[in-house]
Design a protein around this ligand. Sequence first.
Ligand SMILES: *Cc1c(COP(=O)(O)O)cnc(C)c1O
Length: 388
Amino acid sequence: MTAPIPYGRQSISESDIQSVVATLKSDWITQGPEITHFENQICNYTSAKYATAVSSATAGLHLACLAAGLGPGDYCWTSPNSFVASANCALYCGAKIDFVDIDPVFYNIDPEKLEIKLRAAKKNGTLPKVIIPVHFAGHSCKMELIEQLASHYGITIIEDASHAIGGSYLHKKIGSCSHSHMVIFSFHPVKIITTGEGGIVVTNNINFKKILDELRSHGIIRSDFEFQKNEPEPWYYEQTSLGFNYRMTDIQATLGSSQLKRIDEFVTKRNQLGSHYNTLLASLPVITPKTADDTLSSLHLYPIQLISKFLKKDRRAIFIGLREAGIGVNVHYIPIPHHPFYQKLGFKPNQFPVSLNYYNNAISLPLYFDLTDSQVELIVEQLKIQLV
Ligand SMILES: *Cc1c(COP(=O)(O)O)cnc(C)c1O
């Protein structure tokens, strides 16, 4: 048997390796010129004004929530169909978390449900301070509608675009911050481009940028014109808030800049592989991912829905059969409120029925840059065997 096919993996080129080696031989291996360079490259690519590179998207979400002023007594809303970090970030700030169920087509926060929930929250005095839409699988949420609602109620929008760098919405790159205050990307190895571990927050707001930079590094400032002390000594620095060590290293930033050169190639290839899957799966009892006309998905994932009434086996048996055949399928996501930690916070098992129904039928098929057309064909052959 050949080596198993994973559900996702990084693509590291010889020139990625060369650029990292060059940084290792330089004077700076952390928080040096490569960080600024990478931040500038991300700004050029997304057309956001400012970027703050951090140690992970999780760290970025945490800092973005703090920059938005989220704290004890506040509410934050996000999608139940996401990785737990999308919700944990609000709890780190001492805020309360709640969820808005997804739409059944793109599996993203449903603007209609958001509108209804906001109206009810307004009556109860429980409006959220922050909403975190998640661009599931790389497909943008309906940001225009979400922005209209959020701005009506004065809510800060933080996009969790961990899946979505390289995609676009209404002809603008995800990360342009056209419909939000801050956008977070992840550079974990299964995502579109990687820095090993790493993330970045982009914004068009200079005040958010200042807070993000300060909190990334212990809440310490080092530029004399911002000091509270007059005539500071040459060694002087000031801690002015309670920050963290959420820095990215220069080694990681170099890898990020190098990977960014191939991002459009990565996204194009993912979409080609996605179309190949779509064609091969067309006659099978599964629902393939949909793309809206105004959206380019970066296709971080290729999640299908099994149509169970046409199947003899259940999802669990199909999943195990594929894994045994060396196909690294996965499931995205167990709805966040279903985890024991969130159940203890009081969420009920069937509180978000669309995301639960989606989850119950979901399987993610392998998708990554170095996957080949013939591997896609092999995966679909194996899936067919499992489906009958
Ligand atoms: C991967 C992921 C994160 C966390 O990213 P890290 O860089 O691993 O911290 C957050 N949200 C979503 C939706 C993700 O998929």
